[in-house]
Design a protein. Structure first.
Ligand code: OAD
Ligand code: ZN
Length: 250
């Protein structure tokens, strides 16, 4: 199976990757569904919808600050690094992620499309103010502040710059992702349950336009029925083996 996946990747002309929470599981970032998933312990409609934020911004902000604090301590794992390496080798052309954790960027991936936003970014609920707390160096101060975060420009409430249930995905990113999927002759799908739309269309588009689908996941997912190769394995181990085989093929 690994051999077959390595051959397909090495021979591909325009390969892309599509990732979900599972790729960051080995970095200590909790996934949403499945064993120990966040949506097992919490209800998404109380924490990750615009209605929840209107009803109880304190609760929603405390959930996001908790995750921001957890994620800022996480480091990319060997699967994130392997994808960055494949891009350097000019095999992988882009990484499309549903993750908000910034770990692909941390590993050095350059052509990164974040479909669901980024947990380190905040934006104003009224004006066009946006801030990346990693870049502004205000994260420590932000996390410690017990008050609701306010916009420095207009004083309105700030919100996490992530996509909540019931909200549209950022248009530019979604268009770019669909374009890449139409062009790709191979997609490496790693660590996603493949049940959240429109993101889950991406591997389907690759398949329908004649591309190959390689999936890495220790469990079956919504993508497994269309996978040409299914590596039933955690991301780190699978990517390490895959990189080893590719190295020998080239
Ligand atoms: P999920 O939590 O739904 O799925 C995580 C997947 O990762 C599951 O299929 C697991 O089997 C798999 N997995 C677990 N450990 C793994 C490992 N070590 N290596 C590889 N795979 C592993 O996460 P997503 O599919 O990313 O959206 O969820 C999609 C969206 O739903 C998220 O972006 C988020 C969520 O609610 C929003 O918040 C809008
Ligand atoms: Zn504002």
């Amino acid at each position: 199976m690994i051999e077959e996946a390595a051959k397909l990747l090495a021979r591909s002309r325009f390969a892309i990757a599509f990732t979900g929470a599972g790729i960051s599981a080995e970095s200590g970032v909790p996934t949403f569904r499945g064993f120990n998933g966040l949506w097992k312990r919490y209800r998404p409609e109380e924490l990750a919808t615009p209605e929840a934020f209107r009803r109880d911004p304190y609760l929603v902000w405390s959930f996001y600050k908790w995750r921001m604090d957890l994620i800022r301590k996480a480091r990319p794992n060997r699967a994130h690094y392997a994808l960055a390496e494949l891009e350097k080798m000019d095999i992988l052309k882009a990484v499309i992620t549903q993750n908000v954790d910034d770990l692909h960027r941390g590993a050095g991936t350059r052509n990164l499309i974040e479909l669901h936003g980024n947990i380190f970014r905040v934006r104003c609920t009224s004006c066009d103010y946006r801030e990346n707390l990693k870049e502004s160096g205000r994260m420590g101060e932000f996390l410690q502040d017990k008050e609701l975060p306010k916009c420095p420009k207009c004083g309105s409430l700030l919100r996490p710059d992530v996509v909540w249930f019931g909200e549209p995905l950022p248009r530019k990113e979604l268009e770019e992702a669909f374009k890449l999927a139409e062009r790709a002759d191979l997609i490496l799908v790693i660590g996603t349950s493949g049940v959240v739309y429109p993101a889950a269309y991406i591997p389907q588009i690759v398949k329908e336009t004649g591309g190959k689908v390689i999936e890495i996941n220790p469990e079956e997912s919504g993508i497994t029925p269309i996978a040409d190769v299914f590596l039933r394995c955690p991301a780190g181990e699978a990517m390490e083996k895959l990189m080893d085989r590719i190295g020998r093929l080239l």
